[in-house]
Design a protein around this ligand. Structure first.
Ligand SMILES: [Zn+2]
Ligand SMILES: [Zn+2]
Length: 616
């Protein structure tokens, strides 16, 4: 088995454990209990040994001791507290240097622990409070803080225990066996021969008693795990992708744990998953773990680096920070659908009447279509100025929430060819939910099978040697309807003004929109100034002319862009195609010419772009 991003080792699973072990070695010397060790059992590998220990349901890893001929990992009886006198019963696993075997030794002592679980008075009121907070999906730490604020006498452990009960009630008695999960991860950690077979790219399992019970950051029952499932083919797709979609809002749940689909989108805005991540916490380290898993996996499978240029996410600070930290990038799109839903909720909660709500949303939709940051800044200040007069509370919210840190929900953010939503990712989650193969209360083994199958299916459907595969498009696919529209646009009698583009090697073409056939030099100058006094004026001017920018090299016309909404949303529009047809960079399929348009055809010969007088 290749040693592939192995994060879990039997000696120490994290740095904190390392220091823990040292500490304990010292304590051990202090305690110096006398043990009579008896060789109990020999296992052929660590997994079997772990399972056997887990089955006894009373041992927690205690400390590691390196001896001359191997390593001893000691376990303590967990019926007593970690801090305090230990029970006389104990075991250790011996890992000899010279073989794969693992030998279990058992102290020749009876348990002498006293049952320390005291009976606390747990009022119905307290239970109800915890239940409510649990239903609000608050984290245990937060729940504890809220209860403390309400002056309930309760300990963190009591909260945790009750939450465990609640979770069991809610998600069934099949409590998660970490040992089972760990051995599965280990088994599936080998990179398979097949391109489509799913495997665990990386995993991390953290047992409750690996760390201090009194740790402020102990989560839930203290058990933590993370793993990332993928396939060779999906990682190959990751290696050629530049966009990363991750979203904490649109996720699945299993036994209350987040199941995250991460992936990319192509030039047809089609979503391609990289794999499934399952984890216990939803903090920065979890997302960093996922990003690192993808990177390591891509590197392992293809030898190249995974270097996403832009993240598309919800407002989750944890995802954003992890992206920034791990990839050292700061281009992060705020999902526009998510933002819009939040704004709608806010408008509702402020009880703004429906007519005004519609007007505000229309204005925000216009704002969303801004082609660049400069335009967005100008227009958003117009928006604030206009609505500040009557809807001060809303504009304050809007400015704080959507025009500061999370202001990247407009189309022109990061230039052309950048998605503005996670809708396709959401759709992928929806498909999983609708297929009903994935159940929130599956047992661990069933869940793992289903998760593997999902990844496997994603991968197989992208095998290009089969009928009707899912293709990763590296340029926009043009549907017939768009060709037809473009063809008719090219044949229309609109005059197009051509100017040198600010972009090197490109030419700008200015096209009047709608029924207007001509534009003047003055109109273009005004258009280029990008100054407006109101949202309404912005709409009139900005959407009265489209600017198509095409490369000088005709054959590369698909790298061209347009500032019309259709292009911003779909990476290709009839203007770009129509200009390319007119300039003879491409030919529409003949069938596109046969389809009549709904509108009346204008007479006259197809016009080529007229060379415009150069405007400075
Ligand atoms: Zn005991
Ligand atoms: Zn266009």
């Amino acid at each position: 088995m290749p040693n592939f991003v192995q994060t879990q080792q039997y000696e120490s699973s994290s740095e904190s454990d390392d220091t823990m072990d040292q500490q304990n070695v010292q304590e051990k010397i202090k305690i110096k209990r006398n043990f009579d060790w008896i060789r109990d059992k020999c296992f052929s590998n660590d997994t079997d040994a772990q399972i056997a220990i887990k089955r006894e349901e009373q041992w927690s890893r205690y400390f590691t001791n390196k001896v001359q001929d191997g390593v001893k990992v000691h376990y303590r009886c967990n019926k007593v507290k970690f801090r305090g006198t230990q029970c006389n019963a104990a075991i250790y696993l011996f890992y000899p240097h010279n073989s794969d075997e693992v030998i279990l030794f058992r102290a020749n002592n009876e348990h002498n622990h006293t049952d320390s679980s005291k009976h606390y008075f747990f009022s119905e009121e307290m239970k109800q409070n915890i239940q409510e907070l649990f239903d609000m999906r608050l984290k245990p730490k937060k729940i504890y803080e809220v209860l403390e604020e309400k002056n309930f006498k309760i300990t963190r452990n009591q909260v945790n225990n009750y939450l465990t009960q609640l979770r069991k009630q809610k998600f069934g008695p099949s409590s998660l066996s970490l040992g089972e999960l760990e051995s599965w991860c280990q088994e599936k950690h080998t990179v398979p021969q097949s391109d489509d077979e799913s495997f665990v790219v990386s995993f991390h399992i953290h047992y409750e008693d690996d760390s201090d019970d009194d740790d402020e950051d102990v989560v839930d029952d203290g058990n933590k795990f993370r793993f990332f499932l993928s396939s060779k083919r999906l990682l190959q797709i990751a290696s050629i992708s530049t966009k990363l979609h991750a979203d904490a809002t649109y996720k699945l749940n299993w036994q209350g744990f987040p199941v995250l689909v991460v992936g990319t989108s192509d030039c047809d805005r089609k979503f391609h998953p990289f794999g499934l991540a399952v984890y216990t916490d939803e903090k920065e380290p979890e997302f960093e773990f996922i990003f690192k898993s993808i990177s390591d996996g891509v590197n392992r499978i293809t030898g190249s680096a995974f270097t996403p240029e832009v993240l598309i996410a919800d407002g989750s600070g944890a995802i954003r920070n992890a992206f920034q930290k791990f990839f050292n990038r700061d281009k992060m799109v705020m999902c526009w659908s998510h933002m819009r839903r939040n704004v709608e909720k806010k408008l509702k909660s402020l009880k703004i009447d429906s007519k005004k709500t519609k007007e505000i949303l229309d204005d925000i939709e216009t704002l969303q279509l801004c082609e660049s940051e400069t335009v967005f800044r100008n227009v958003s200040s117009l928006f604030l100025k206009q609505w500040n007069k009557t809807e001060k509370e809303f504009t304050e919210y809007f400015e704080n929430e959507w025009l500061t840190v999370l202001d990247s929900w407009y189309e022109g953010y990061n230039g052309a060819f950048t998605p503005s939503t996670n809708n396709q990712l959401e759709a992928t989650n929806k498909v999983i939910k609708d297929e009903h193969t994935f159940r929130e209360r599956h047992t661990l083994s069933r869940f793992l099978t289903v998760a593997s199958d999902i990844v496997n299916k994603w991968s197989m459907s992208r095998n290009q040697n089969q009928t009707d595969p899912v293709v990763f498009s590296t340029e926009p696919t043009i549907p017939l309807a768009k060709w037809t529209n473009a063809y008719h646009f090219a044949k229309s009698s609109k005059s197009v003004l051509q100017l040198q583009s600010k972009r090197k090697g490109f030419i700008d073409y200015y096209i009047p929109t709608g029924d207007v056939a001509n534009i003047t030099k003055n109109e273009i100058q005004r258009y280029q100034r990008k100054q407006w006094t109101s949202s309404a004026q912005f709409k009139d001017l900005q959407f009265g002319i489209w600017k198509v920018t095409l490369p000088n090299i005709g054959s590369e016309w698909k790298n061209g862009f347009c500032n019309c909404p259709n292009f911003l949303k779909e990476y290709i529009c009839k203007h770009v195609i129509g200009m390319a047809i007119g300039l003879k960079h491409c030919k529409p399929p003949s069938i596109a010419k046969d389809v009549p348009l709904g509108e009346k055809r204008k007479r006259g010969r197809p016009r080529k772009a007229t060379q415009a007088l150069l405007i400075d």
